[in-house]
Write a protein that binds this ligand. Structure first.
Ligand code: ADP
Ligand code: MG
Length: 238
């Protein structure tokens, strides 16, 4: 089970309020998409959830337990970054093994998980290659595979398609939807692209300037936008 609660989460950077009181409940196994214009605080919020940065105030609970003093490696949360952040000197196998080894898993278990992730993501023929020998789409799949190998309860994906060309983007988008079905975990997917949001999400969270404007199913946002910002952003005919 992975249920997330954010309570009045705020973040200041040098006196500027970047997150201005975020309240949100995310249910077990949901695929939630955070959408909003560049600079509205999506990545910052994701980093708080992953534990990569502290919040200025507020609380984040996972399955009812406060994560305040829980380090990233103990949260059961894995994040896939926009830039992939692969280790250039390691081959695909080593890249995928890295996080799982940090969790203290033995060699055989790590190997089993890598083979399983590689099968799921069609990376089996590429395990000995270095990142520079891969295409953008393949690198992105390795980044996803590396997160998958940790068997997280919660998957965070920050604009995972933004470095891919249009054709690949729809392929990888389908893969991500399928992955969510296969692994059955909770997934938070960040994008500034409303089409991506509308096609992927169980639930969309529309953000603007550090606040949540509306939360709802894609159709709900389209048919009943809460305000002009949501209507304009989602492109509904209001
Ligand atoms: P998004 O992911 O929605 O594009 P971000 O969360 O990256 O937005 O950034 C939100 C705001 O916080 C932006 O104005 C950005 O410049 C600012 N910001 C993000 N990280 C830092 C940081 N480490 N120091 C100062 N300002 C930051
Ligand atoms: Mg961002």
């Amino acid at each position: 089970m992975a249920q997330l609660s954010l309570r009045d989460v705020r973040k200041n950077f040098k006196g500027t309020e970047v997150l201005r009181g975020i309240d949100l409940e995310i249910g077990d196994r949901e695929l939630v998409v955070f959408v909003g214009p560049s600079g509205c605080g999506k990545s910052t919020l994701l980093r708080m959830i992953a534990g990569l940065d502290d919040m200025t105030s507020g609380e984040f609970l996972l399955n009812g337990a406060s994560m305040r003093d829980v380090p990233p490696s103990r949260r059961g949360i894995a994040m896939v970054f926009q830039s992939y952040a692969l280790y250039p000197h390691m081959d695909v196998y080593e890249n995928m093994a890295f996080g799982a080894r940090l969790q203290g898993l033995d060699k055989d278990e790590v190997d089993r998980r890598i083979q399983e992730a590689a099968r799921m993501l069609r990376l089996e023929p590429l395990l000995k290659r270095k990142p520079r020998e891969l295409s953008g789409g393949q690198r992105q799949r390795v980044a996803i595979g590396r997160a998958l190998t940790r068997k997280p309860e919660v998957f965070l994906l920050d604009e995972p398609l933004s470095n891919l060309d249009a054709a690949l983007r729809s392929d990888v988008r389908l893969e991500i939807a399928k992955l969510h079905e296969d692994i059955g975990g909770t997934m938070i997917y960040v994008t500034h692209d409303q089409v991506e949001a509308m096609t992927l999400a169980d639930k969309i969270v529309v953000m603007n300037a550090g606040r949540i404007e509306q939360v709802g199913a894609p159709r709900e946002l389209y048919e009943r936008p809460a305000n002009t910002f949501v209507a304009t952003f989602i492109g509904s005919p209001r």
